[in-house]
Design a protein. Structure first.
Length: 76
């Protein structure tokens, strides 16, 4: 049997499909977020099986947000 961390990686694994079902029952936006993670998670550098990728992703997102805000504030 596969390790749970391997199955949490972006992709259509049984664990991820089960999470989608549970998240849709809790709240449909969470289910949509899980589907987005499965489809685009690898491209974004996210992997729930490796928690260190979440902090790296958060840093990249905050840098991009700050750059966007700086660009917006410099507009005439």
């Amino acid at each position: 049997m596969h390790d749970i961390k391997q199955q949490l990686a972006p992709g259509w694994s049984p664990v991820n499909i089960g999470l989608i079902v549970v998240l849709f029952m809790i709240a449909w936006p969470l289910g949509l977020l899980m589907i987005a993670y499965i489809i685009w998670g690898q491209k974004l550098g996210l992997d729930l099986g490796r928690p260190e990728t979440l902090s790296i992703f958060w840093k990249r997102l905050s840098v991009a947000f700050r750059a966007g805000m700086d660009s917006f504030s410099r507009r005439p």
